[in-house]
Design a protein around this ligand. Structure first.
Ligand SMILES: Nc1nc2c(c(=O)[nH]1)N[C@H]1C(S)=C(S)[C@@H](COP(=O)(O)OP(=O)(O)OC[C@H]3O[C@@H](n4cnc5c(=O)[nH]c(N)nc54)[C@H](O)[C@@H]3O)O[C@H]1N2
Ligand SMILES: Nc1nc2c(c(=O)[nH]1)N[C@H]1C(S)=C(S)[C@@H](COP(=O)(O)OP(=O)(O)OC[C@H]3O[C@@H](n4cnc5c(=O)[nH]c(N)nc54)[C@H](O)[C@@H]3O)O[C@H]1N2
Ligand SMILES: [Mo]
Length: 746
């Protein structure tokens, strides 16, 4: 374990070195070349990392980042684990291994099964596995006894087939990782603007005058965004960061593709860095709104009066609420200096091409929906939506999480979507809303004997309240995981547990008609193809669409949909999508022509697609929780060496932490105030209701973080997040504001 000073810049040659080292640990040089050369190129492989869009001009030197290479190395790793691995290691012994170790063992290559009471997984044929699932699903009393989870790495084609099968089967129980991620953005944006997606395109960054980045760490989680910010700055934009932590990637970018970047001269990114306290973004936003409105009384042009009058509703109520707040108490809440905030207010007054970006720092709080609605209020006030260089930019996580939603993976599908399924396929889809992630866990916990199927992901480690969720999963009748890699969810199975290994992004898919192409949608609503270029580990591995079609045909038959015909040629799946999903008309033709196209987005052109046909100003409350003097507010964040629950390594290079993930980042003053030290291990615990939760054996690291706030890593500290602590309206677990206490044995 080693702690050093955090970095003041990101990327550069070091990033190239680290990524190559990681790649060569998992793959030969030849394979490394084969998987990296087509990465993010036109007609190539879409990076299985984040959903940041590709620029029009792709670099010949390699259109990928350090963490993209890690994601590829993790998936395309040459080692594999088959039946002999599972006979060597009992499930119990695997539980004692770290997430890092589990991932390092290699790709899953054989379907495996275990029954309650058995110590090891044993192999099972594909046919037996499919029949077993079908017979179990058909034993259920009600289709709602089954729960079908999806993680955002799956393709449009797989997602479409999956939701179609599930709705013909008879349920809307389609929780997905989005429920834990940008659900709050979806709810807020749908309500205020009429579309649950962002409005900007990459090109807008190059025309923006002011870019606000709330609660996001792109140096680690969306590194290619740094190139866009660099270019934006060259075109004159100012960048303002609102984040409790000084993230290296937002300070300075050493572009590894430019001489200056390699020499470490780089580009300074943040013009203003506001180290707001955890979950005080609403307070800050209210100050900005209040001051702009005040200033507009003297200089009306500061806000966009015409836009407000013509395109919005709710301005009166909004303005009354804002005026009723007290400036000084708001400032005190944020922990910021008045002078810093006034700089931003000055810029906001003088500019109107404004982009607001955000990620998990805003979406994972009890008041997350209010956070985002307040951002929309700011953009509406300035008329900064639906014009060049301005708009909303929720930065999505998983590479196809947005596409999965577009394809209908949603527990609350719209009436229009279900009506179209009904007329296209001639069946009556279920109309009752299904369960989201939090509701699914509660349901499986309360009523043992459910059926849990997971298309990718690591439900157990990603979800909050680890012990409670473990019990919920272990009580199921059947748990099925369609996965590329071994993870903790596989180790806490139901009465029967199945692991179905599948092909990943980098693998070639061959079906009867030949090699197949898949599609994804990026964070900015652009759909494009993705294809793998390496031969899979064994011929026995199947693609996700293939596995879904097999389960579907054996569970519900082929009367409504001819599942086998669909997977012989994936163009046929796209033909169905073109009939059933808005914006995908002539899907195959568009792909054949350009390989890429944009989905319709009304608000991008100021056509607000809400029920009232206008954009909505909203009235939002300030968070009102009581923090006791011995309590701190904890956020659970990602290190530089992980992709969600997949742990690539034990370092968090930019934050200066090496060789451990069991840390608590804490302000120096707080360490003293709470009578703690950085030498002995600490237990983090809390009480919500009368339940005590704890994680022990962590190390305190003195860090530049606002007083009263601490940071720990996800998923190690998920055990501290009670299931009931979730965002109003979106049900997203509040993994960025959890009250905790710290205890060190004397
Ligand atoms: N390499 C890599 N890439 C990834 C992922 C990964 O794990 N690894 N995950 C993918 C996924 S699914 C997602 S959703 C995204 C996640 O991308 P991010 O949202 O960037 O990820 P987090 O680490 O959760 O970081 C949240 C940031 O929010 C800040 N923050 C926390 N609380 C608050 C708050 O109250 N207010 C403000 N203003 N800021 C706050 C933290 O300091 C941190 O910088 O990345 C995607 N890309
Ligand atoms: N405390 C806390 N909890 C959080 C968060 C947080 O910030 N803090 N973030 C939340 C967020 S934003 C998200 S998105 C969720 C993530 O939740 P998930 O999406 O469920 O988790 P991942 O870790 O991305 O899933 C990794 C697993 O996916 C499988 N996999 C990888 N690639 C493929 C593929 O191509 N096909 C298939 N079938 N399987 C594949 C592998 O088996 C791997 O082990 O976690 C959430 N949980
Ligand atoms: Mo996410």
């Amino acid at each position: 374990m080693r702690i050093t000073q955090p970095s003041k810049s990101a990327a550069g040659l070091k990033a190239v070195f680290h990524s190559m080292r990681m790649a060569l640990k998992s793959m030969s040089l030849v394979k490394t070349w084969k998987v990296l050369a087509p990465l993010n190129q036109k007609g190539g492989t879409d990076c299985p990392g984040c959903a940041w869009p590709d620029p029009d001009h792709r670099s010949n030197l390699g259109e990928f980042c350090e963490n993209g290479v890690k994601a590829i190395a993790e998936e395309a790793i040459e080692r594999s684990i088959g039946a002999s691995f599972f006979s060597k290691y009992s499930i119990n012994s695997l539980r004692n291994q770290s997430d890092y170790w589990l991932g390092q063992q290699g790709r899953l290559v054989t379907p495996m099964m275990v029954r309650k009471g058995e110590k090891n997984y044993t192999s099972i044929s594909w046919d037996e596995a499919f029949d077993l699932i079908a017979s179990h699903l058909n034993q259920r009393l009600s289709p709602d006894d089954a729960i079908f989870y999806t993680s955002g790495r799956t393709s449009n084609e797989a997602a479409f087939l999956y939701q179609l099968f599930i709705r013909i089967f008879g349920t809307n129980n389609l929780p997905d990782c989005s429920n834990m991620c940008h659900e709050s953005s979806g709810v807020a944006l749908n309500h205020t603007l009429g579309i649950g997606k962002g409005t900007v395109k990459l090109e807008d960054f190059y025309h923006a005058e002011l870019i606000l980045i709330f609660g996001q760490n792109p140096g680690t989680n969306h590194p290619r965004m740094l190139s866009a910010l660099e270019k934006a700055k060259k075109h004159g934009a100012k960048v303002v960061v609102i984040n409790p932590l000084k993230e290296a990637g937002l300070l300075k970018f050493n572009n590894p593709q430019a001489v200056s970047g390699i020499l470490g001269q780089g580009t300074d990114l943040a013009d203003l860095y506001l180290q707001v306290k955890i979950n005080e973004d609403v307070a800050l936003l209210k100050i900005l709104l209040m001051r702009l409105i005040e200033k507009a009384e003297k200089s009306p042009k500061i806000i966009d009066q015409d836009f407000i009058a013509q395109k919005t509703e709710g301005f009166e109520a909004f303005i009354n609420k804002i005026k009723s707040q007290d400036y000084h108490s708001l400032v005190a809440r944020t922990g910021l200096e008045v002078s810093q905030i006034e700089v931003l207010i000055d810029w906001l007054s003088r500019k109107d091409k404004i982009i607001a970006c955000w990620a998990m720092g805003l979406t994972q709080h009890v008041n997350a929906v209010d956070n985002i609605q307040e951002i929309v209020n700011l953009l509406l006030l300035k008329g900064s939506i639906g014009k060049v260089g301005a708009g909303t930019c929720p930065v999505r996580g998983h590479s196809n999480v947005q596409g999965d939603r577009t394809m209908g993976v949603w527990e609350k599908p719209s009436k229009q979507f279900l009506d179209t399924l009904a007329t296209t396929f001639g069946f009556e889809p279920p109309r009752k809303h299904g369960v989201d992630v939090v509701q699914a866990i509660a349901l499986m916990h309360k009523e043992p004997g459910k059926y849990f199927i997971s298309l990718g992901g690591n439900f157990l480690s990603a979800a909050p309240d680890t012990d409670f969720t473990t019990q919920a999963l272990e009580q199921t009748q059947l748990s099925v995981h369609i996965s590329t890699k071994l993870n903790r969810s596989h180790l806490h199975h139901g009465e029967i547990g199945l692991i179905l290994p599948c092909l990943g992004r980098t693998d070639t898919i061959i079906e009867k008609s030949g090699p197949q192409t898949l599609t994804v949608e990026n964070s900015m609503g652009t759909v494009h193809t993705t294809r793998g270029f390496v031969k899979s580990h064994t011929d026995r591995l199947l693609s996700e669409p293939h596995i879904i079609a097999q389960i579907a045909s054996r569970t519900i038959g082929n009367d409504i949909v001819d599942w086998h015909a669909l997977i012989d040629d994936y163009d046929r799946i796209r033909t169905l999508i073109s009939k059933a999903v808005n914006g995908f008309e002539s899907f195959n033709e568009k792909l054949k022509k350009d390989g890429i196209f944009d989905l319709p987005n009304g608000p991008r052109n100021q056509q607000f697609t809400t029920d009232i046909g206008k954009a909505r100003f909203t009235v939002n409350e300030l968070p009102n929780y009581q923090i006791d003097p011995d309590e701190l507010l904890m956020m659970t964040i990602r290190s530089h060496d992980q992709f969600n629950t997949t742990i690539y390594g034990l370092d968090d290079r930019y934050r200066g932490i090496y060789g451990t993930r069991k840390i608590v980042l804490m302000n120096k003053t707080d360490i003293k105030k709470h009578d703690l030290d950085t030498a002995s291990p600490v237990t983090v615990y809390n009480f919500y209701g009368d339940k005590r939760r704890e994680v022990s054996g962590l190390k305190i690291v003195a860090y530049n973080i606002p007083k009263g706030c601490i940071a720990t890593y996800f998923p190690e500290c998920n055990a501290l997040i009670p299931l009931e602590l979730k965002a109003r309206k979106s049900n997203t677990p509040s993994s960025k504001s959890v009250k905790v206490r710290l205890l060190q044995k004397a």
